[in-house]
Design a protein around this ligand. Sequence first.
Ligand code: AMP
Length: 597
Amino acid sequence: MLLKTASFVQYGERLLYNVPMTFHDFCTRLSTIEKTSSRLEMTALLADLFNTLQRDDVEPACWLLLGRLAPLYVNLEFNFAEKMVMRVLAECVDTASTKADNKERLSSVLSLFKSCGDLGDVAEHLLHTHAEDTRSILEVFNALLALAKEGGVGSQERKLQHMAEILRKSSGLTAKYTVRILLGTLRLGFSQMTLLDALSWAKTGDKSLRKPLELAYQMKADIGKFARVFLAEGEKGLDSFDIELGIPIAPALCQRLHTADEMIEKMGKVYVEPKYDGTRVSIHIQKSGKEWHIRTFTRNLEESSGMFPELATDRALDAIDADEIILDSEAVGYDPETDKLLPFQQTIQRKRKHDIEETAARVPLRFFVFDILYKNGKNLLHIPLYERKEILEQTIKRGSVFVLAPYIITDSPKELREFHAKQLSTGLEGAVIKQYASEYQPGRRGWSWVKFKEEEGAVGKLSDTLDCIVMGYYKGQGKRTGFGVGAFLVGVRDEKSDTIRTVAKIGTGLSDDQWKELKTRAEKLAVKSQPKEYLVHENLIPDVWMKPSLVVEVAADEITNSPTHSAEKALRFPRLERFRDDKTPDQATTVKELRAI
Ligand code: AMP
């Protein structure tokens, strides 16, 4: 049922507000959204917000709604520790209303925090005597931006002063949300996908434009820019929303099929490539004069440019015969002595940001390039794969850090099977099958790319693993008491309702080190109450809830129907394969995929 009657729903025409919204009004709306558990109502509230914002407020409002200051692909995070924020709060308490000295104030902040567990709530309580906050969204946004960009010698002290200035001007309510943004704990219980629904709703009063919105967003993953254009120009604005060098394109994803026969039947003539087990890297390069600008993005659309010094070498850049280029690749570590490819866990050591140069020397990477999406100002997404492969071969010279991923072209299940078996025998993960004449489909699991991982007919094992979200954990029993975690609850995504539904409770199959690692990670993600997007049966409530962030790859023997798991399916003999830091909850397996498996 559409929520058309509520007084806050405004659609059909875009209201032209000339007055900038105050940050206080914005926070009042955040507070209403926070209290709402109905997804539809939340979408309508967000739509109403979009329709009330002044044009220049749209971009900052989008980032703030997601608890950020910039798109995901811009590395701009506060990373403030709770202690730092507590210190500043103690300084900002209205000294007229309390005679306590700074030390006493700090200890009262600490005890409030201990009792309620949320520094945002503490800030609201402590600063409620402050006068009304009349700053506009843009003013607060710019102040936060300046704070995030503060760096260099003595920046720590300046940051504290800057933060104090911001909080002194805040009211209780605005302080609450400011503090949550500073700490990265603003979770309103929706993802970027709900924002797309809300944009559709803002124009039509329903979610009917979600699909075209999603398609456009995946070409240029910048929701702020996108919302601004769409709210001003509507659907026709989407047509002009083309890919842009330096802004990530959502990477194409693989579907699953079980047998070579099914693949050929469904896809016809295909390219078959090795499935490398490394990390996805989207490479954007621009040459201007003698200068090269290189930006890389992860599968999660986050910037990873600093991670790959080997791309910024003459040897790499000389291999590219183009001024502007976007490549899709999988980076895999290799042993410089034996030239052998290394397992995933060694490749991703690079993720830990320090000592990149040192890791790069020890575990150098090779970039297996398998697609080209853009060259010299031209968008190549819509031309057939065989043409893109040709352009790729003309553009990348062999023998550098780039390796053109080898392939066969076939329409024979037998050849496909043989190629796949050969990859497994050389220690690779399997094969990726791509439809011969397919377009590049950003962000989608279409039938143009399919992965072929396990040997066919493997008994007692699902043919593929699942990427699940860790939702919480149960404290240890017996041997595992020492680790502090005895089992954990995992779920998959329900795209339709933007919720996370449980599929397994996992208590076996982890090495001692993995249990320890899980505990360390779990502690950082622990939250006091059940996140709004989780659907969990009362018999499965974990001892400690975790916010949706950690993705793990899970293997199992079978999928069965389940009356208790909210995905209505359960994994039989589930076991942890590995932590998938390269995936976000948005990229976890969906209920629909689970059913298909
Ligand atoms: P999965 O993560 O199991 O869904 O498999 C898809 C991932 O395999 C992609 O996101 C890539 O990171 C990786 N991959 C490895 N080799 C290839 C290839 N030849 N073509 C496309 N993706 C590949």
